[in-house]
Each structure stands twice: as structure tokens, then as C-alpha cells.
Design a protein around this ligand. Sequence first.
Ligand SMILES: Nc1ncnc2c1ncn2[C@@H]1O[C@H](COP(=O)(O)OP(=O)(O)O)[C@@H](O)[C@H]1O
Ligand SMILES: [Mg+2]
Length: 376
Amino acid sequence: MINKNHISILIADDEEDIRDVLEIALEDIGYTVFLAENGEKAFEIFKLEQPDIVITDIKMPVMDGIELLRQVKRANSETEVLMITGHGDMDLTIRSLKNEAADFITKPVNVDILEIAIEKAVEKIIARQQLSEYTQKLELLILEKSKLADHLSSLGVMIGTISHNIKGLLTNLDGGLYLARSGLKKKDNKTIEEGLGLLEQAVDRIKKMIMDVLLYSKERTLNKTVIDTKTFIEKIKKIIELKLKGTNILFKCKESNSCQTLYADEEFIMAALINILDNAIDACLADTKKENHEIGFEILRTGDNRVICIHDNGCGMDSQTKEKIFNLFFSSKSTKGTGFGLYISNSIIKQHGGSIQVNSIKGKETNFKIFLPEDV
Ligand SMILES: Nc1ncnc2c1ncn2[C@@H]1O[C@H](COP(=O)(O)OP(=O)(O)O)[C@@H](O)[C@H]1O
Ligand SMILES: [Mg+2]
């Protein structure tokens, strides 16, 4: 907000006495004052100092007050320009009006009248400033409101998707329980195993769904630390190999010699990568054409980037699917998918200042490359 003491005034007059009197009077009130003896000098100072108000005599040598008014208004239309007019300057006064002069002071200049004219100009400047502040605040409020509306509507879709998924999972839980019970009754271990398998699957999916929802709703301030890649890869290997139990999918982790550390929020990066790896597993399971499936994982260093490569020779995807994979709720897996995974991975990587690149050939393979900037 403009304070009267921060207002600067440029005075252009060819009469030294007038300049001196006005300078003393206006500085006394608290304004910052600049002086010039003609229009040309005045405009040079104007460009340099950007004063809020210009007070100019009309008749001056080199460049007159009307020309100065025009140039000032062209450079900054919000500058208030007060014209000092003499007797018989009617024509010039009218021309000044046309060029949006704020006010006119007649010669000889009465300091009290000038003070009132300046105060009026200051009020105009303050009002304009307030208006622009209010407009900015209003724009922000509108933006917040539309963000809130977006959030609420995605929350609605989220609750819908989750309810739908839970309904599907209940069928698995019921089925699992039924098999386990009847296996117990008949003392048939195979049926019990089958039932427990279904239960395990359902529990896994509920766990994953809840983790995704938690990540989605969490206020995301990163807690970055230096991560030792070797230990990090070991952790990932453990998690993935547990998920791959009972499948024919091979998990190939390459030791990374070139990249010994990562600087990231470990919990978030882990979640982002596991989501991508989960999809790789799903893609291998969905592919019925190939006999042997494998998922590759590697952390490299190229120039200033860390690159995490995740490869699978699963079902792949067409270019239309590829375009949508990072959209919230996009899933091609009907009841088995939530469409949360890659949306979350992508926002986590972006928050780290990185990016994700995807290449895929339908029926053949998919490659994810996660680029993380080197922070340390
Ligand atoms: N490795 C992959 N191979 C083939 N398709 C993939 C792969 N990764 C992701 N996708 C596609 O991206 C979609 C979105 O993934 P994601 O956001 O994790 O949701 P969800 O796994 O719940 O479907 C998947 O449904 C699938 O169509
Ligand atoms: Mg997924």
C-alpha cells in the first residue's frame, strides 16, 4: 500500500525560483522531489526515477509541457500529471485535457492550492493501487475456489472407485473364506491353501489401495535424505520378490556402480517406484503370449541426472493408452485397477524436480525411465 511519504514528484519548470519554492514546500510535507528545467530533462529523470506524480509548466524551452505530458502518459498511463498554466494558455489547457492531465494550477502558483491538487492525485493513486490489490485477491479467491471444486469432485470419483473396488474385493474375501472353511471341514489342505490364497490377494489389494489413498491425501512436504542405492535396491528387491512368489516372472536388478547415492524422500520415491513395478507385474501376468517374463530394474547416472530404468516384457500398451496413463483414475484393468498408481508416481517425481519417460510396444514390452536431478 502506498504511503504518502513514499510518493515521489517530478517538477518541470524553466524558472529556477518556482522550482526552488516548490521543492522546499513539497519536501517539507514529506514528498520526494526531483527537478528539471525543461521537458526533455524531465523525461530523462522520469524514465530513471519513475515518479508517481509529474508537475509541469506548459511553456518551456527544448520540450514543452504538453509534449512531456504526452510522453509520460505513453510511458506510464498511471502517472498523474498536473499542469501549471499561465494566463491566456486556454488553447494549451484544452490540449492538456485531451492528453489526460489530472489537474491545472494557475500561475502564480499558490502552494496551498498545489498541495490540495497533489493530495487529490495521491488519493487517485492509492485508490487505483487498492483496486488492483482487491482484483488480485479476488482472482486468487476464484482460483482457490475452483481448485477446491476440482478436489471435491475428484474426491467424489475416488470414493466411487474405492467403493466399487471394495465391493469386488468382498467377493474375493467371501470366496476365500468359503474355500478355507470347506477345506477345514473336509480336512482338504489344497482347498484351504486355495482359500487362503484368495484371502491373501484381497488383503494385498486392500493394503495397496489404502496406501494409495493415504499418499493421495497426504500434505506432501518432502523429507529428502541421502539414500545409499545399494541398500535401497535391496529393499525394493525384497518387496518385489515377495510379490512375485508363485509366478514365473524373473526380477533382474542390476548393481549400480555409477550411481552410489540418491538424494530424495525415500518413502515417497519408494512408493513411486513400487507403483510402476506393480504395473510391470500386472503387465507380465496379463500377457499370455510369451512364456518367459522378466522385469528389469537399474539405477544409472547420466550427466547430472540419476536415471531409474524399469523394464518389463509384459503386455505393453498402445499409444492411446500411453497418453492417458498419468491421468488420475485412468485404468485399463476394470475392477482390478484404481488408476491411482501412476498419477501418484508422477506427482512424486515432479515434486522432486524430475520427470518420467515411457516407451512401450503393445504385445512386446514397456520401459519406464525416471529422471531425478542430482541435488548433492
Ligand atoms: N508396464 C505397463 N505395461 C502396460 N500397461 C501399463 C504399464 N504401466 C501402466 N500401464 C497402463 O497404465 C494404466 C494406469 O496405471 P495406474 O495408474 O498404476 O493404475 P492401475 O494400475 O490401477 O490401472 C494401467 O491401467 C495400464 O493400462
Ligand atoms: Mg497401478
